[in-house]
Design a protein around this ligand. Structure first.
Ligand code: PLP
Length: 368
């Protein structure tokens, strides 16, 4: 069997030193507190709150259940204006909660929902806007807030990609009624599996904590309908370790991102999303947009043959999901074009300079 010249995966989870994780979990053998909001989960929530400058960060099992809980806690059951350009969980959580997704097309530059198209999609049944800060790039949060206030709508931001992103000098998570994070293994910060729900007042935080824990915590009273969204001490321990390494993780990502930006990003066939100067970025992804789908397939196939992984992240445009109810499907030309022409490159801190140079050289050769 012929060996491919490279073995470069598109994603590779960061892992802290083994001894550090072993030391972090050692106390679990003493206290046998394995799950149900133990001391490590509490410590992680406190440290994340400190990092973001926010009071209410609630640790959960993943970045999907938090979207579902967000809809439940806000009492959203009707139409939700949402983006077609995201990971499938943004749409599937709406369908799972029996809400009706109303897709509004995106802006080509930021890949976020296009605020100028939102008002035309609002009906008397509209209850909320659920938008994704795709690739960690902020939505037009001012415009969305103004529309939501005018029409009395709730705003949920799927901020799965936006860990640590600052906008206009403060955490991007300050915007919206609720924001959600994913701590999946491939994210900038991870707990293997995990997520968080961010809210802005103590009563909503209490409601979320109850909903995350079957609707009852610590006594025999059952306060509301709940689900199991709690995460374990072992996951929290991974988070506590990874948080200590966050500066080096982000610096490592930036190094790779900058190398791509100075080379692939300057190629005449390549377009890139636009990051505004008021954004302090987390270097979560490096997507490029190519002129057409045939070029994407040629470049991806060529890199794959050499052992270099890339991903069509995000494809398909979610308004084209095969299982959508027929009356939900609408056309979103910008999202459809971007999803057909996008290619995301490997981006993680332990990619070596030699590997990055190889990815760049092979990509530029394929682009011609
Ligand atoms: C935008 C977005 N939302 C939600 C999720 C779901 O997160 P999780 O995999 O933690 O459930 C992801 C995961 O990649 C995502 O990218």
């Amino acid at each position: 069997m012929s060996q491919k010249p490279y073995q470069i995966n598109v994603v590779k989870p960061y892992l802290p030193p083994h001894a550090e994780y072993a030391a972090e979990v050692a106390s679990i053998w003493d206290n046998r507190w394995v799950t149900n909001q133990g001391p490590k989960a509490q410590a992680l929530e406190a440290k994340l709150g400190e990092l973001f400058g926010l009071d209410h960060v609630l640790f959960h099992t993943n970045g999907t259940v938090v979207l579902q809980i967000a809809l439940r806690v806000l009492g959203v059951t009707g139409e939700v204006i949402t983006t077609p350009y995201s990971y499938v969980a943004t749409t599937s959580s709406l369908l799972w909660e029996n809400c009706r997704p109303v897709f509004v097309d995106i802006e080509g530059s930021t890949c976020g929902i296009d605020p100028s198209l939102i008002e035309a999609a609002i009906t008397p049944q509209t209850q909320a806007i659920m938008a994704t800060h795709v690739y960690g790039i902020p939505n037009d949060v001012h415009a969305i807030e103004a529309i939501a206030k005018k029409h009395n709508l709730k705003v949920i931001y799927d901020a799965a990609h936006a860990f640590g992103v600052k906008h206009e000098g403060k955490s991007l998570l300050e915007w919206g009624d609720l924001s959600t994070l994913s701590f999946h293994a491939t994210k900038v910060f991870h707990t293997c599996e995990g997520g968080a729900l961010i809210c802005h007042d103590a009563e909503t935080a209490r409601q979320i904590a109850l909903t995350r824990s079957f609707g009852h915590v610590g006594d025999e009273n059952h306060y509301c309908l709940g689900i199991n969204g709690k995460n374990s001490e072992f996951h929290a321990a991974m988070g506590l370790c990874n948080l200590r390494h966050l500066p080096e993780i982000i610096a490592g990502r930036k190094r790779v991102y900058d190398q791509y930006e100075q080379t692939i990003g300057q190629h005449p066939l390549v377009q890139r999303p636009v990051l505004l100067p008021e954004t302090e970025y987390n270097y979560a992804y490096y997507p490029i947009f190519l002129p057409d789908e045939a070029t994407v397939k040629r470049v991806q196939g060529g890199l794959n043959a050499l052992g270099i992984g890339t991903r069509r992240y995000f494809y398909p445009s979610l308004n084209e999901l095969p299982y959508l109810p027929a009356d939900v499907a609408v056309q979103c030309p910008v999202s459809e074009r971007l999803s057909r022409t996008v290619l995301s490159f490997p981006l993680y801190p332990d990619l070596t300079e030699t590997e990055v140079s190889a990815i760049i050289t092979e990509t530029l050769t394929l682009l011609g």
